[in-house]
Design a protein around this ligand. Sequence first.
Ligand code: UDP
Length: 329
Amino acid sequence: MHILITGGAGYIGSHTVKKLVKTGHQVTVLDNLSKGWRAAVTNARLVEGELANQRLLCELLQAEKINAVMHFAASSLVGESMQCPADYYANNVTGSLILLEAMREVGVPYFVFSSTAAVYGELVEIPIPEDHPTIPTNPYGATKLALEEALPWYYQAYGLRYISLRYFNAAGADPEGELGEDHDPETHLIPLVLKTALGQAAEVKIFGRDYPTPDGTCVRDYIHVTDLAQAHILALEALAGGVVPSIYNLGNGNGYSVLEVVQTAEKVVGKLLPKAFTKRRAGDPAILVASAERIKRELHWKPCYSDLQTIIETAWRWHQKNPLGYAKY
Ligand code: UDP
């Protein structure tokens, strides 16, 4: 297949591009490089452009004879979304609807959507199944949910076949060491911990110690980015095989607290790290842990790299080799 990957220069997108090309698919990346890195796209054509440019999208879909779109491009920070909800609605809702419109115009039948555990909000059941109530506690989750809610109607009216993948906490780096996680500014826990180990940050800040969790810090389900990438390939194959549109959680079912992540990282890097407790970050639910039974059962997805130690080891290898991230290229 020939697949358009929006946001393919970003963290999860670039790992998926690499895996898709290795599997034998043809890939074109569309990215405005606001968050992504040219150097992260090593084996596919990169088109620099905006999601909001419907003409460009139509031209690309048509000229490249695209069969499927994987839509990673989005604003994806919980904290930032609390400050700038308008940007999140513009990028994640309006931008995505423009993409769907272009796909409809050109007649592209398959859509894999990057959704998030943030659609759930505070929990009534753990691990979280896909039919858990969705009451997002932040605009990031709300905007992803808004698009998810549009998709069944697009399927019913226009026949758009989709799979929505609700990522829990993507983490780790390409086991071959070629790709990694690099955000500017960095806000994610694991890269920040590793930057502290490299001496690039003074201390690890732990946001909140009064959550209703065993050690008082937030619990998250960390899932290796290469396992996430593999799930996209399975989703694509399932769509091409005629599966009905569906929503799948992507996580391990194992929750780790912020403190546990820091302690595992200390083991991996071989030293204790300076840490400070600070106040809670707005919009953070206490616990997000997935049930990924549905995708395991229906698409035979099997995470291979997702124990916390492996996640942090692969990330640490990339950070040590690329202390300046992609910026040095
Ligand atoms: N976190 C933290 N200190 C940091 C960054 C994150 O304590 O410097 C916490 C955050 O509150 C959350 C967890 O680590 O509970 C994971 O946050 P991250 O930003 O990595 O991912 P998110 O859960 O927002 O997708």
